[in-house]
Design a protein around this ligand. Structure first.
Ligand code: DHB
Ligand code: FE
Length: 279
């Protein structure tokens, strides 16, 4: 049967991907950021997952305000990196796992989560930057990828509580999948940031550190926060942290927090990373 090897939450700031693409990870000021990713890379290499389910948000590359699903899943053989206006990143092809995707679609629908099914899904920095965080710049990604996209763009957003519940349903789906695949679950986005409006540049390290401390042992407390709480505390784009709650839901009730790292700022964002594993 399939098994969950653990979960990673990570920011997906485009500049992190650009630093990898330009070979800047070992030079200032990037070294401090990438030093924090080293234990994550070591851990994921040891876990040898076959598949990563990457829970991310699209930023207008695949969807738009005209057509924006709350929850969507890719079922394709391959996902092209999107051109977000500065050219397509020169990264390896992102291969999917259609069998696992369709199993998730069926299991989640039976579990009251009806996801929009995407046969064609260009993936933006919300998915590609975390792959670079986890694996650097390999000639081929060492995992197949199942993308699950949440709406964090157009209000109303899915509630934090529903995101945690979606993660738990993903866990049940993985545990009912017969092939012996090792699955890592990744939640991307955050930490606190706001890229527009009068609070542009908003960062709240106290909230971020509280979130890093509590997501392992007390995710239900974070899931009680409202969307408005997330926006007020973490900023309108900091609400991307709801994707970390999906990842957390896919783990056991009791987890170990194996690693955290926090750096302010990367571009306009408080960049954080966490590695969690079933206790
Ligand atoms: C930045 C952060 C994001 O999460 C994003 O989606 C785009 C840009 C930034 O800080 O530059
Ligand atoms: Fe984002």
């Amino acid at each position: 049967m399939a098994e969950v090897v653990g979960g990673v939450g990570t920011s997906h700031v485009p500049a992190i991907g650009a630093a990898v693409d330009r070979g800047l990870t070992d030079s200032e000021p990037w070294r401090q950021v990438f030093t924090g990713y080293e234990p994550v890379r070591t851990w994921i290499a040891e876990q040898r997952p076959d598949v990563a389910i990457v829970v991310y948000n699209d930023h207008g590359a695949a969807f738009s305000l005209d057509l924006l699903p709350t929850f969507a899943i890719g079922v394709a053989e391959v996902y092209p990196p999107a051109d977000e206006g500065y050219g397509v990143r020169d990264i390896p092809a992102i291969h999917g796992d259609p069998d696992l995707s369709w199993h998730l679609v069926e299991s989640l629908a039976a579990d009251d989560f009806d996801l929009t099914v995407c046969q064609r899904l260009p993936v933006d920095h919300g998915l590609t930057v975390p792959l670079s965080v986890l694996f650097g710049a390999p000639s081929e990604w060492p995992v197949r990828v199942v993308p699950i996209a949440l709406n964090v763009i157009q209000y109303p957003l899915p509630t934090p509580k529903r995101c945690l519940a979606l993660g738990r349903a993903i866990r049940r789906a993985i545990e009912s999948y017969e092939p012996d695949v090792r699955v890592a679950v990744v939640g991307t986005g955050g930490m606190s940031h706001q890229l527009q409006g009068t609070r542009v540049g908003h960062i709240n390290s106290e909230f971020d550190r509280m979130f890093l401390d509590r997501i392992g042992p007390e995710p239900h407390v974070l899931a009680e926060l409202t969307t408005t709480d997330f926006i007020r505390e973490a900023g309108s784009e900091g609400a991307e942290l709801i994707m970390w709650l999906v990842m957390r839901g896919a783990l056991a009730d009791e987890v170990k927090t194996l690693h955290t790292h926090y750096h302010v700022p990367v571009s306009n964002t408080a960049a954080g990373v966490i590695v969690l594993q079933d206790a």
